[in-house]
Design a protein around this ligand. Structure first.
Ligand SMILES: [Ca+2]
Ligand SMILES: [Ca+2]
Ligand SMILES: [Ca+2]
Ligand SMILES: [Ca+2]
Length: 283
């Protein structure tokens, strides 16, 4: 927090600033643009230009210093964007942050008289898998991929069609990236063969079985606590279910908007959905 450094600086400079902690133009002006107040390798003027905190090495408090994030290409002003030690994920920079106050499902899934809140196209994703783990036991949430086109797949170890989908993910990623280099899958493997929440061993087995290097294979901390986010991502009655996201985490493909199509599958279909979105953006 900048309150304490600002006040102590004000004392040194003998500025009779207001004592409510509010920044004044005088305080800002006193910082040497070429200086590095917090010692994070970024000058005060760089920090100002990038909207970072000149008094904090880790402006967004995600555990990675501002200069480390800039080197890694992640966003030093967004806590969910940061590098990961394992997995070699294509983490996004998130230049346009998701509008979290407007995020959430507005559509309605329905099956056999039961209805539930589900993501429709145009909705903004709420961050998922918060507190969960990936196959390396890191917390990897969907918002880490903000800045990319991300296809979230909801899968379970026991589900045959999910296995089939996983077996083509690596190849499809390669194909889609030839056209859209910032594309990634996000495999949300919420259940194991026994209906329990997937643990690290199950996630790692899934990753290795299907060669999902570089693709996050993630489980919620507890599938019961995550029931709402899982059902919101499951627009049809069953799994696998897919949700394609734009770089700002807006849903751009949901089966709710494609009656009769249960999920988005195959590199051609993924590319076509991205193209439709980009064409519509350009209009
Ligand atoms: Ca600095
Ligand atoms: Ca800083
Ligand atoms: Ca940071
Ligand atoms: Ca960050």
């Amino acid at each position: 927090m900048r309150l304490v450094p600002l006040l102590s600086f004000a004392l040194v400079a003998c500025i009779t600033a207001p004592t409510d902690g509010a920044e004044t133009a005088e305080d800002e002006d006193v910082l040497d643009p070429a200086g590095d107040e917090d010692g994070d390798g970024l000058t005060n003027s760089d920090e100002e230009e990038l909207g970072l905190d000149p008094y904090e090495t880790d402006s967004d408090e995600d555990g990675f210093d501002d200069n480390v994030e800039l080197d890694a290409g992640t966003n030093p002003d967004f806590e969910w964007s940061h590098p990961f030690d394992e997995g070699e994920y294509l983490v996004g920079n998130c230049p346009v942050k998701p509008n979290e106050s407007a995020a959430g499902p507005t559509g309605e899934g329905s099956y056999s008289g039961t209805t539930w809140a589900a993501y429709a196209e145009g909705d903004i994703l709420q961050n998922i898998a918060v507190g969960g783990i990936d196959s390396y036991e890191q917390e990897v949430t969907a918002y880490a991929f903000c800045g990319n086109y991300t296809l979230i797949t909801v899968s379970a170890e026991w589900c045959g069609p999910c296995q089939a989908m996983a077996s083509t993910m690596a190849e499809e990623t390669e194909t889609v990236r030839k056209k859209y280099p910032n594309f990634t899958f996000f495999e949300y493997l919420y259940q194991d063969n026994y209906g329990e929440t997937s643990d690290k061993a199950v996630l790692a087995k899934w990753r290795k079985s299907y060669g999902l290097d570089g693709i996050p294979v993630v489980a919620p901390a507890d599938q019961n606590d995550a029931a709402d986010e899982i059902s919101a991502l499951t627009q049809g009655a069953g799994i696998p279910s897919t949700t394609l996201l734009a770089p700002d985490m807006t849903v751009i493909w949901s089966s709710l908007d494609h009656p009769g199509e249960y999920y988005l599958s195959g590199a051609m279909s993924i590319k076509s959905a991205i193209k439709d979105y980009e064409d519509a953006q350009g209009e």
